[in-house]
Design a protein around this ligand. Structure first.
Ligand code: GCO
Ligand code: MN
Ligand code: MN
Length: 390
């Protein structure tokens, strides 16, 4: 048994994979498929074997884009049965608005109104599909919503079109009583030269401008924020703090590279640790989705190693996070660095008298500067825990 040492995934961990992740066949812009195709049913069986909890899908991952209604229904029926038999749930559904050449200029933001309308129709049908499979989260990733040249449209026009589309979909959600929460996924580039809504922060600014902001949150992806050179944890924390962390895409990415979609924790172990620690500390209760794929050098067995590895690393880091939180020396340092001030007037809430007291207060900078901030020690203790010597 691979996980005989206790790092055993259970449904409570809510580990999920997309059909497109474990089903990834290793094609890239320079080379063809290296792995044989797997049917959706085979993927479900693989996910059950590695003890995952959920599977996510784009509409086209399951149902071919031009399938007839009868074909679609038969595929969905068989898929549902396989999920039930294997104890796999479908927590999230999404729509491919990037693969078909019709989306070469974007989907919701494309200049052609017919493409925009088709994108809406395709998304509504994908929502129908997801609802039928029990999904309550609907991810929107605007992979083609972007440009190579800004000559094609004014970017504020793109923002307006995107808003119009999301508003429309929220109404559809209400009208059908699906109860979806939409999770917007940002990415700075790839496949477009520049994608609108480049970061999670962009979406956090966009969401309050919608007709139903309560229905819409974010799906931050580790690799995407790292491609933009950002601190992923900070984006996730801001989303969480705003009540907008509806979903999360876990993987890994080296800076300055192509979109790698590496196994979770395989490239930036320390950042992954802080992220897991955060999710555990705040008791994030949503799916932990691994949006990654196996190295192109792997065969089908290697895909299992990849999937097992994502979950295993998460669980190891979860254990390390608990150890970090309980460590006496770490706790002492945390207490020391957040120690209370020398009778500073309260700044919790503004009042005129409080402001007067603050204006009149004299700060002793020498004393303040003598306070130690032993972050070197704190970080080394973290490294000791992560490397297993503590
Ligand atoms: C990517 C994205 C996608 C989306 C998926 C869900 O970089 O290709 O991360 O994998 O997450 O399409 O909409
Ligand atoms: Mn991605
Ligand atoms: Mn993703």
């Amino acid at each position: 048994m691979r996980n005989g040492d206790g790092y055993q995934p259970n449904p409570e961990h809510k580990f999920s994979f997309g059909l497109w992740t474990v089903g990834n066949r290793g094609r890239d812009p320079f080379g063809d498929f290296v792995r044989p195709p797997m049917t959706a049913i085979e993927i479900i069986q693989l996910l059950a074997e590695v003890r995952a909890w959920g599977v996510n899908l784009h509409d086209d991952d399951l149902v071919p884009i031009d399938a007839t209604a009868t074909e679609r229904d038969a595929i969905v029926k068989e898929f549902k049965k396989a999920c039930e038999q294997n104890g796999i749930v479908v927590p999230m559904a999404t729509v491919s608005l990037f693969f078909h050449p019709i989306f070469r200029d974007g989907a919701f933001t494309a200049n052609d109104p017919e493409v925009r309308a088709y994108a809406l129709q395709k998304t509504m049908r994908a929502m129908d599909l997801g609802a039928e499979l029990g999904a309550k989260i609907f991810v929107l990733w605007g992979g083609r919503e972007g440009v190579e040249t800004d000559a094609c449209r004014r970017p504020d026009e793109a923002v307006k079109r995107l808003r119009e589309a999301v508003n429309y979909l929220c109404e559809y959600n209400l009208d059908r009583g699906y109860g979806y929460r939409f999770a917007m996924e940002a990415k700075p580039n790839e496949p477009r030269g520049d994608i609108y809504m480049a970061t999670t922060g962009h979406y956090l600014g966009f969401i309050p401008t919608l007709d139903h902001p309560e229905m819409v949150g974010v799906n931050p992806e580790m690799a995407h924020e790292q491609m933009a050179g950002l601190n992923f944890l900070h984006g996730v924390a801001q989303a969480w703090e705003a009540g907008k962390l509806f979903h999360i895409d876990l993987n890994d990415q080296m800076p300055g590279r192509f979109d790698q979609d590496l196994r979770f924790g395989s490239a930036n172990l320390k950042s992954s640790f802080w992220l897991v620690k955060f999710l555990e500390d705040v008791a994030y209760d949503g799916p932990r989705h691994f949006d990654a794929h196996a190295y192109r050098t792997e065969d089908c067995e290697g895909v299992k190693d990849f999937a097992t590895g994502c979950m295993r690393t998460y669980l190891i880091l979860q254990e390390k996070a608990a150890q970090w939180n309980e460590d006496r020396e770490i706790r002492a340092i945390l207490e020391e660095i957040s120690g209370n001030g020398n009778h500073v007037p309260s700044t919790a809430a503004f009042s005129r008298t409080g402001a007067q007291q603050l204006l009149a207060h004299s700060f002793n900078k020498e004393v303040i500067l003598r306070k130690r901030l032993p972050y070197e020690r704190l970080d080394q203790l973290t490294v000791d825990i992560l490397t297993g010597v503590r």
